[in-house]
Structure formats: C-alpha cells, structure tokens
Design a protein around this ligand. Sequence first.
Ligand code: DGL
Length: 274
Amino acid sequence: MRIGIFDSGNGGLSVLHEAYHILPNQEYVYYADTKHVPYGIKTKEEIRDFCDEIVSFLIDKKVDAIVIACNTATAVAAGFLREKYDLPILAMEPAVKPAVERLTGDEKRVLVMATPVTIREEKLENLLKRVDQKHKVDLLEMPGLVTFAENEEYDSDNVKAYLKKRFAGIDGNDYSSIVMGCTHFNYFKPLYKEVLGENITCIDGNNGTIRHLADVLNLDTNSSSNMALELNEPQDIVVRYKTTYYDSGDEITDNKRLSKILRMLTRLEYVRSF
Ligand code: DGL
C-alpha cells in the first residue's frame, strides 16, 4: 500500500521512522510543510487550509491512507478532513492515556508538552475529561522546540537553556512520565532526562499510531521491528524505504536535502530507546 504522512515539518519523520520499523514493506509519501512551519502558533483557519491543500496533494499522489503526523493539525483539522475526504485519515493526539495508565500510586503526575494551539484546543480538553479523571496531568507549552528541531539543533547550549527556562519550577521527581504532545519533541528525549532526571519516562504515540494504521489497512507488522534501520546513504531512504519526500509540494531529490532527512532519521534511531 502507499501511505501518505504529513506534518508541518520534520517532526512527522518520527512517525515515518516508526513506520519503517513496523511496516517496512509499504510505500510512503512524506510531506513536510516547511514553507509554513511552525503551525503551533498560527490560526486555526490557516492550519486547516494548509492541511486541506496537503491532503488533496497526497490524494493526487494516489495514497491509500493518510496519517496526520502532527498533533497540532489533528487538533484543528482532523474532523474537517475526515468529513471532506473519503480515504482513511489517521490522526495523532498526545499519548495521555498510556501515560495515565502507568501511574501506580497517588504521588506521581504526568507532564504533557505540546504546542500552544494543541493546548488551547477542545480536543485535548475532551481527551483529558475522558482519561484524566483524577486530575493527574499538567500541560506545558514548548513552542520553541519546533524551530530547534527543524534546525537540527538537538543539544546545543541554546536548547539546554530553553528547556531549563521552560522547566523552571518543575521538579522531575513529581512526574512519572513526560508525553511528547508534538512530534517535533521526540528529537530531544535525552535532554528531558538530563534536565528532569533519568527516572522520568518519555512517552510518544508513534508506535500506537502505526499499529493502528496496520489494523485499519489490514497489514502484517514486522516481527523484528526493533532491528536497526539501514540508514547509510541519502538515496537509501528513497530506495530502501520506498519513500518520496516533499518539501511543501516540491519533490526532494537532491543529496543535500536528502542528507538532512537521513541525519534526522539517524537521530530518531538514536532517541528511540530513550
Ligand atoms: N509537529 C507538530 C505537532 O505534532 C507541529 C509543530 C508546529 O509546527 O508547531 O504538533
């Protein structure tokens, strides 16, 4: 099958990367809307229009299903897109449920990080009403990490200073886990542990989303999905993982831009175990 995956930028590569592990035999079309990133500080109308354009672009590329690899786009556009288009459209939302389910006693809490739009939207409020009846979840906006990720700045002094500032007043010992409520945040998993303490667990929804996709499309999943990916040459990712990449509608074929994607996938391979 041919699967379309999109995000405001390269955060959704974390979802594609998980798909390479779990569904390595499918074909992929990845669309990064780098012309409009970041979405998390834009208006709902703007984000909805961008997503509408991307979905119709992906449908032109003959995809069988689409994954919205962006919590922000999901929050404001998933309902609208599903109503408008016929094919399966899967969406991401912060993995709050598994995080709350892991809580054993009363003493620890869950910290959900997301973009300002995701935090403001009703979708997250409704999710919390459903799964956080004991009010164990705290929310934290982290808009700055999106740009750091796009610039491949994962553990510079600037990133560390930003995280320290955003986590000021937060004691890592009070939390059992930290939820990646934005796909761009996956790149920084080692840093959260550095700042909040090694005992905190990082939770993302990528594995659950791809397994759900496999169910919806009735696809067999890879039984050795933890094997390291083959990420050697820029062209490997196009050929070996049968993926066409687009930068806001422009197909990426040059080695310079493919090398950036390769480096980002390599980073995701490294942070997968954190
Ligand atoms: N990666 C996106 C998310 O999951 C959006 C980040 C942004 O563009 O602000 O929310």
